[in-house]
Design a protein around this ligand. Sequence first.
Ligand code: FAD
Ligand code: N01
Length: 537
Amino acid sequence: MVQSAELDVAVVGAGFSGLYLLHRLRGMGLVAHAFEAGSDVGGTWYWNRYPGARVDIESQEYSYSFDEGLQDDWRWSERYAAQPELLRYLGHVADRFDLRRDITFDTRVASAVFDEAAARWTLTTDRGDTVSARFCVMATGCLSVPNAPDFPGQADFAGPAYHTGRWPHEGVDFTGQRVAVIGTGSSAIQSIPQIAKQAEQVTIFQRTPNFSVPAHNGPIDPGVVEAWNANRAENRQKQRLSAGGFISSDPTELLSVEVSDEVRRDTYEQRWARGGFAILGAFADQMVDPAANAHAAEFTAAKIRERVKDPAVADKLVPRDYPWGTKRLCVDIDYYETYNRPNVTLVDLRETPLDRITGTGVRTTAADYPVDAIVFAIGFDAMTGALARIDIRGRGGVALKDEWAAGPRTYLGLMVAGFPNLFTVTGPGSPSVLSNMVVSIEQHVEWICDCIGWLGDRQLGLIEASRAAQDAWVEHVNEVADMTLYKQANSWYLGANVPGKPRVFMPYAGGVGVYRELCDGIAAKGYEGFVLEPAAG
Ligand code: FAD
Ligand code: N01
């Protein structure tokens, strides 16, 4: 339970972001408390327990860097840690730094209202708690609100239905069952091979195929761990200054359009053999030059055709209508090979659209598919979803959802004009989901905490993004996105997966290192672009 109704900082969420915030704020001698809708810490890794869930960045890179002892003591077992291990890691962090005593679980923050006279935020929860805090940090996650399935007839379905983002804690046994999986994003690509190993029959309903690369997962190579630890400080610094927040992709300056066909093929083959996101570092022009991007797409398509035996099925699995990498690249274990199994069927919803769910299965315009269970792997209301579900009101009682009616607008993805002392972690307008998020989270947490400390040192009580700085930042975020191919995909980066959501490219595509330097420069100039006011009284 929250010990004090008068907090220095209220934190919403207890995933990677909320846990580090609590630890850091406490270390500054501040009274901080977190509220978490789940029953324990972990965020993404608490909720997403579907079979096959695992990280797409190498384990040692997808971990906190802020504490040497933590890094010395923790050992990852696999190259790409699976969800249970990631959840154990976050539980270990909570234990190690004794964080749970400052977290109220099973409690959803329903509203956060700024009281201008008192210069404080009042938060109310769905359990009737009210707390007041000088600062409020929304560590609510970019992918924490699953899209609710909304298929005609779904209430008629007699069997169980699951969403990958809200998987039952006790697990699901599909033995002997016929299972429908709707969706073919990362969650589906990870879970389908596992479900297919257990179920009698799996039918996959695909609207848009994704580009996926093999993880080549396995027990973590002790040599990798040794090399990482031998140069850990340097590696961590390289991550922080890199484009994507990870260094295992080993990016080159080579341009795909300038090398010979042979060099290009060899480069891609070598990176394919390394697995995972190594391919992202192959050429510097693949995300900005359509011709270079087409090379990556052609190479990946050829690999899909090698991996899938039936050419007609392979053909359906090849993405055609958006550039390579403009949706987060999937990292799979035997995804395409799973289509070679006799108990797996792919239904292309572009050819035969999903008509309705019936009492006994899924009906397309061409056929009925009787199933015992349905898995909805249909994604999230990303980046703004969790914030939109809290009634956040800033100056003059203005609601954040009204302020963002035409799409999110922030300064640096950290603050919103009209909402003083309210911070967002990895909010829209920051590199966020285009990066190794742990690196982006640490940078945000440290910037926010340093800012709060700086204000305290100067007897300043309020910080707020100026509208001019916010407008300029939004323009810059758009300009940078326009230099890339990202906007050519109907992705959740643009809000395209949620009917009625404004189409705005939400993350900052300028890179983690560039962004960090911008944020640090702004802080060094006395928080340029922010309006500062003395503490009340
Ligand atoms: P979250 O982990 O989402 O935690 C936010 C928490 O806030 C949640 O527990 C939620 O319950 C809580 N919350 C939200 N609203 C409220 C409210 N109103 N009141 C109370 N509590 C609230 N990123 C990568 O970089 N690499 C990966 O490989 C990767 N894999 C992923 C796999 C999956 C299946 C998903 C969904 C995401 C993945 N991500 C990955 C992104 C992942 O979300 C981040 O890496 C990271 O875990 C986010 O941490 P967070 O603390 O910011 O948010
Ligand atoms: O969700 P998604 P996700 N009818 O939105 C389909 C991270 N993550 O949970 O593209 C039929 O990507 C939809 O089709 P379409 C990662 O950042 C990482 O898989 O809209 N189909 C799509 O195929 C990722 O990007 C990992 O045409 C419908 C799928 O559902 C993000 O989370 C693992 C539909 C949704 O794909 C989200 O991934 C998991 C409908 N009405 C997640 N509505 C790692 O590997 C939606 N779809 C680390």
